[in-house]
Design a protein around this ligand. Structure first.
Ligand SMILES: Nc1nc2c(ncn2[C@@H]2O[C@H](COP(=O)(O)OP(=O)(O)OP(=O)(O)O)[C@@H](O)[C@H]2O)c(=O)[nH]1
Ligand SMILES: [Mg+2]
Length: 340
């Protein structure tokens, strides 16, 4: 027996909130248009970089809202209300759908009438550093069914959901809707649907987008510093200081990155180069977390110079990692390379 509502391929509206879409918006619009959605809707708030014209040139319907009214939750509700599709598929302006994205969404919603929401993986772009690419692949890998492939989540299951790349059946969205939140509206929806008696959520590896946040080291550290400053301000989190743990973690992660480079076909030289850079990346991240979560206690000029401080301390930490690593763990790394 077919579940109610299942069978017909639903119409899909693709919705992209935009604020100065930048270099990737054109690529995204082209990829969406190539997959022939029933509707393409852009919600813009005051872009000054030509995003509105660009969207219109790609056939998008553009809704312009007052910039001061933008909020991730309510603005997406407004867009879904204005859209006509039976399914509303949200992308962020820096998430380019991979081939087959829209077909995977249509197929999944037509096959399962109780499917309320669907999310897909974020694939690294070719120029993404292995540290970020490996983390993304590992993170999304955890949602796959045993042996790979799509997985359906029901009541009480994992609640993760990300509006970088997520589609909703209109009826499910209408019942749950995005909470009145400035951000994390997707996570709130994920928690709500996990409690819903009917609507299920699906992870579908075929509904993939290209999306990775990869920043130059100083900016990366600054973002981490600010994130942990925020965690401290909102929930009082203070990252513990364990220098040896920083060294061990950074080394373990750098080794995993080097293995990832090897698995992608990188030479031994590539692996060593990335192992060195990855060590600084992971050590720096831990240092940024420790400092950021103590930003309130740091003298003002020190907090303002946080990028420089994190870079200096991560250099120090990665030197320790190399000393520690060459004494203890590099043989593992070398044997991993030799197995190539
Ligand atoms: N219309 C509109 N869209 C916005 C505004 N701020 C952010 N967005 C959109 O919301 C989406 C996510 O924005 P951000 O959270 O800033 O993007 P991000 O830093 O790439 O974050 P991730 O979601 O983690 O990838 C993007 O499509 C943005 O265009 C705004 O003021 N107005
Ligand atoms: Mg993004």
């Amino acid at each position: 027996m077919t579940a109610p509502g299942a069978g017909e391929r639903p119409t899909v509206s693709v919705i992209v909130p935009v604020k100065d879409g930048g270099a990737l918006l054109g690529e995204l619009l082209e990829a969406v248009v190539a997959q022939a959605p029933d509707e393409l809707l852009v919600v813009d708030s005051g872009s000054t970089d030509g995003s509105v014209d660009l969207a219109r040139r790609h056939g998008a319907r553009v809704i312009e809202i007052d910039p001061s009214t933008f909020k991730h939750g309510p603005t997406r509700n407004l867009a879904a209300e204005a859209a006509t599709g039976e399914v509303v598929a949200f992308l962020t302006q820096d998430a380019t759908p991979a081939a087959g994205w829209l077909d995977a969404i249509r197929d999944a919603f037509s096959a399962d009438g109780d499917l309320g929401a669907l999310f897909g993986p974020h694939l690294a772009r070719p120029d993404t550093t292995p540290m970020i690419a490996r983390e993304l692949a590992q993170f999304f890998g955890t949602f796959e069914a045993d042996g790979g492939g799509p997985r359906v989540f029901g009541p009480g299951d994992e609640t993760f959901l990300s509006n970088v790349n997520a589609a909703y059946r209109r009826a499910a969205w209408d019942e749950i809707r995005f909470a009145d939140l400035a951000y994390s509206e997707d996570q709130a929806f994920g928690r709500a649907i996990a409690k819903h008696p009917r609507w299920r959520k699906r992870y579908d590896p075929a509904a993939a987008v290209l999306h990775a946040h990869d920043y130059p080291p100083a900016e990366f550290f600054k973002r981490y510093f600010d994130e942990y400053r925020g965690l401290n301000e909102t929930v009082g989190h203070v990252e513990e200081i364990h220098p040896l743990a920083v060294v061990k973690d950074a080394l373990g992660l750098a080794r995993a990155d080097a293995r990832f480079v090897r698995d992608q076909g990188g030479s031994t030289g590539d692996q060593l180069r990335w192992a060195a850079r990855a060590t600084r990346h992971h050590a720096g991240r831990r240092v940024a977390a420790v400092l950021g979560s103590r930003a309130a206690a740091l003298p003002d000029p020190v907090a303002r110079a946080s990028e420089l401080l994190v870079v200096m301390l991560s250099e120090w930490a990665s030197t320790q990692v190399f000393i520690f690593g060459s004494l203890n763990a590099l043989p593992d790394f070398a044997s991993a390379s030799i197995r190539l």
